[in-house]
Design a binder for this molecule. Structure first.
Ligand code: CUA
Length: 359
């Protein structure tokens, strides 16, 4: 009989390492599931649409848990009960094939379970796709790597007489349904604000609609949920839900274009803004005539400083250093289409002085 070679010393720690890494990964997964501050927790719905999804999700999870326990229980029982014992002979036990009753059983039972889940799920799918009555309408554009939001004019029920255009932050009135009509300019993106509703693909050449509603005022974060390029992970968004008074304030602020500065550092910044071609892609209402038709569209900056975040909502606009770093190097967000060339620190100061007037 050939003797087994003893395990080499080098191999043992390797095996131990693997086990350790396995356990660490499992623990990390487990710990990730119970984050205390999870702003995109789909299990913590904050509006009626997300609640509808959640109320389906939990029963389905319990059905899945029951199936898991049953199936794994039978497997574990069989493995222990009929395991090979030291005094067993080498003969194979009697081999069994086919049992019509069992096969019918494990075909029909899962079909019934899935059928039951479908009975509850299908109406919700149709429900979520209905256009809610009296909704605020917003046109959404997904592009590399930011979100454009366009509120059509004439929505007087919401105080919107003239159209409003903004980016990355979708402002809505709390407790009111919002109906989004979405398209993309380049590749497929996906709009997802997990606490307010599920995902919906945003596709070039098509218009997909989706609804949102937040019960309470607050900020709800979201992100692009379809891989769209190098900065897919940097294509975030924020939904800001207002109480009636602050909604009114926001709308009136957005309908009042800022004044173009005529003197000082801000005026120099405005000069520079146009010289460097920023005005070819970024729209600023009331500041200059048109945006060049061949340029890629960039976020509307008319009321930039009413927002908290910029560049796909990955940087904090309240932190001056972040905006300056962005002007120095827009490629800090990989794949950004912004080209501004080299700027001196004085240029950056005057550009900042101008941008700050955009409230
Ligand atoms: Cu846009 Cu991912």
């Amino acid at each position: 009989m050939a003797e087994h070679a003893p395990l080499g010393h080098a191999e043992r720690p390797m095996g131990a390492w693997r086990k350790l890494v396995g356990v660490a990964l499992a623990l990390a997964l487990l710990a990730g599931g119970c984050a205390a501050d999870a702003p995109q927790d789909t299990l913590d719905p904050a509006g009626p649409y997300a609640e509808q999804i959640d109320s389906l999700f939990m029963p389905v999870v319990w059905v899945a848990v029951a199936v898991f326990v049953l199936v794994e229980g039978v497997i574990v029982f069989a493995v222990i009960r009929w395991r090979r014992r030291p005094d067993d002979d080498d003969e194979l036990p009697v081999q069994l094939h086919g049992s019509t009753k069992l096969e019918i059983g494990w075909t029909v039972l899962p079909a019934l379970v899935l059928g039951l889940i479908a009975v509850f799920t299908i109406p919700v799918i149709f429900d979520l796709n209905e256009k809610p009555a009296g909704a605020l309408e917003v046109d959404v554009t997904g592009q590399k790597y930011w979100w454009g939001f366009d509120y059509p004019e004439g929505q007087t029920d919401f105080g919107i007489s003239e159209g409003i255009v903004t980016a990355n932050e979708l402002h809505i009135p709390a407790g009111e349904p919002v109906y989004l009509t979405m398209t993309a300019t380049d590749v497929i993106h996906s709009f997802w604000a997990p606490r307010l509703n599920g995902k919906r693909d945003v596709v070039p050449g098509r218009e997909h609609t989706w609804s949102l509603e937040a019960d309470e005022p607050g900020a709800y974060s979201g992100q692009c949920a379809e891989f769209c390029g190098t900065s897919h992970a940097n294509m975030r968004l924020k939904v800001v839900a207002h109480d009636p008074a602050s909604w009114e304030d926001w709308v009136s602020e957005m309908q009042t274009p800022p004044l173009t500065p005529l003197a000082g550092a801000a005026a120099e910044g405005f000069e520079l803004f146009q010289q460097r071609g920023c005005a070819a892609c970024h729209r600023i209402e009331g500041a200059y005539e048109t945006v060049a038709p061949d340029s890629p569209s960039a976020p509307d900056l008319t009321h930039l400083f009413t927002r908290d975040c910029f560049a796909g909502c990955i940087y904090d606009l309240n932190d001056r250093a972040e905006l300056e770093a962005w002007l120095r190097n827009p490629q800090r967000k990989a794949g950004s289409l912004m080209v501004i060339g080299e700027l001196t620190e004085d240029d950056i100061d005057s550009l900042y002085a101008y941008l700050e007037t955009l409230e």
